[in-house]
Design a binder for this molecule. Structure first.
Ligand SMILES: Nc1ncnc2c1ncn2[C@@H]1O[C@H](COP(=O)(O)OP(=O)(O)O)[C@@H](O)[C@H]1O
Ligand SMILES: [Mg+2]
Length: 473
């Protein structure tokens, strides 16, 4: 963080120094909310959660070297006392971002692929200068300002993931760190329930490009009509990416290898270069193109972009992790989260990877889909039934619609040509993770492929980890 004396922090946050805090004592960062992350020079932000109250750890934080505590009530150590710690954190991040001498802020949003694209882009900008990006999906109202506060005087790029659960969220995040480049990936069905419709989702995602100034750049997906329509909502110049022939930054000659990894030619106005991704699934092409388009705008040479994208490994856990067991069973762990679109992408990757092999899938009911929940979950069942699986395990409660969809899809499949393998689909409802692991283990034979994919709350990564016996790679 940019070094700031406590007096200045109190001024920015409209707080009061307490606990014999020295106004001249300087915070150099990091700003943290977990007392175990404190190092000398830190500012510890005491947040009162449902289960834990950060104020109880104030003493421990200062003992570990925190200069002071940003607190919403006096504690018996040096503190800046404010009305609302999260609001104060937001103000501090806003002020620090505005004071960064040479940082370009790049925001990434969309229904699916944000974390992947953010990780790819951070890798590209690191070739141009010091880059700060959040770890994983640390992008909520607390994670976002904490990430911004990691920026220092020499930071050249802040690559941020912006997600929304309702209108106004992204606009709020863009006020903390106003973006110069805004990347919108897609408008899908994630959080459909809380939004109430795809138009509302597009409305919320579009707040990112609305926040851009005229000298900014909106990087938009030419292949997604609802993203393309956002061109009308921004004052900034638009750079298109995608498979479409009119996209400025595009992929040509896309092919998938036997593991479902894409190769293609990256074409830009300043040249072309071959890319061979290590990320699994065809949907990774769009994410790579989005990162490439933003990096192209920043002036990174196309050959460097292609080189870096070809070297990138998945950075954040449980997203399309493909692991071979010693006995030749391949497990695709995509259990980080799921929505109807990423479910389709995951089955697409399974299809590409499992050519000629027996395939299995473990899924759980998708959540937060509102009124359309039953219909969309039935769709997941139908999708799974059309994938030529030996067996589909549906884990946990609310499995009804998926089971029904799979049953209907199976009947339709038998009418219109049996799936590869010929044996027909076995659909199993497993009450919990353990039951799924036991049932599946009994069926697996060398050479099989298993897709594990479900919403975060279902915790299906435990299925993948059990199948892999704790041996991850
Ligand atoms: N462009 C995409 N289109 C559809 N699904 C995608 C896309 N990118 C990623 N996914 C799927 O979404 C999951 C989450 O990816 P992630 O990069 O963490 O996205 P987010 O941060 O938006 O949740 C991945 O495991 C993958 O299955
Ligand atoms: Mg994410």
């Amino acid at each position: 963080m940019i070094p700031l004396p406590l007096a200045r922090i109190a001024e920015i946050t409209s707080g009061a120094l307490a606990g014999r805090a020295d106004p001249r004592a300087v915070v150099r960062g990091p700003v943290v909310i977990d007392s175990r992350d404190v190092v000398p020079g830190s500012l510890f932000v005491a947040i009162k959660g449902d289960h834990v109250d950060g104020h109880d750890f104030a003493g421990r934080a200062v003992a570990a070297g925190a200069v002071a505590v940003l607190a919403s009530r006096p504690v018996d150590v040096p503190a800046v006392v404010v009305g609302d710690a999260v609001a104060a954190l937001t103000r501090l991040a806003t002020a620090v971002c505005a004071a960064l001498p040479s940082a370009t802020v790049i925001g990434v949003t969309g229904s699916a692929g944000k974390t992947t694209t953010k990780d790819l882009l951070a890798r590209l900008t690191a070739r141009l200068g010091p880059t700060v990006a959040p770890a994983g999906s640390f992008n909520n109202e607390i994670g976002h300002p904490l990430t911004v506060l990691r920026a220092a005087e020499d930071t050249r790029f802040l690559v941020l993931e912006l997600s929304a659960r309702k209108a106004g969220h992204i606009a709020h995040l863009t006020r903390i760190a106003p973006p110069a480049i805004g990347v919108v990936l897609n408008v899908g069905t994630a959080h459909l329930g809380v939004f109430g419709g795809r138009e509302a989702i597009a409305g919320a995602k579009g707040e990112l490009v609305e926040a851009l100034e005229a000298d900014g750049v909106a990087v938009l997906n030419a292949d997604d009509p609802m993203v393309a329509a956002m061109a009308g909502r921004t004052a900034a110049r638009v750079t298109w990416y995608g498979r479409a022939a009119n996209a400025t930054v595009r992929a040509e000659h896309v092919t998938l290898d036997g593991r479902g990894r894409a190769s293609f030619t990256l074409r830009t106005p300043s040249g072309a270069a071959p890319i061979r991704l290590r990320l699994y699934g065809e949907h990774a092409v769009g994410n790579a193109l989005a990162a490439a388009a933003a990096a192209y705008e920043l002036g990174l040479p196309v050959t460097t972009i292609a080189e870096e994208l070809s070297e990138a490994e998945p950075r954040s856990r449980w997203r399309m992790e493909v692991t071979d067991r010693p006995d030749g069973v391949t497990v695709i762990n995509d259990a980080y989260n799921a929505n109807p679109d990423s479910m389709r992408a995951a089955f697409g990757a399974l299809g590409a990877l499992a050519r000629g092999r027996r395939r299995f899938a473990v899924v759980a009911a998708l959540r937060e889909l509102g009124e359309e929940s039953a219909a969309l979950n039935e769709g997941v069942g139908r999708l799974a039934a059309g994938e030529g699986l030996e067996a589909l395990f549906v884990v946990g409660p609310d499995a009804g619609p998926i089971l029904a969809g799979a049953g209907a899809g199976r009947t339709a499949g038998e009418g219109g040509g049996a799936p590869p393998g010929g044996g027909g689909l076995r659909v199993v409802h497993a009450a919990d993770v353990a039951e799924a692991v036991d049932g599946l283990s009994a069926l697996l034979a060398p050479g099989d492929v298993v897709l594990v994919k479900g919403p975060r709350a279902a915790g299906l990564e435990r299925v993948a980890e059990a199948l892999l016996g704790g041996d991850r790679r």
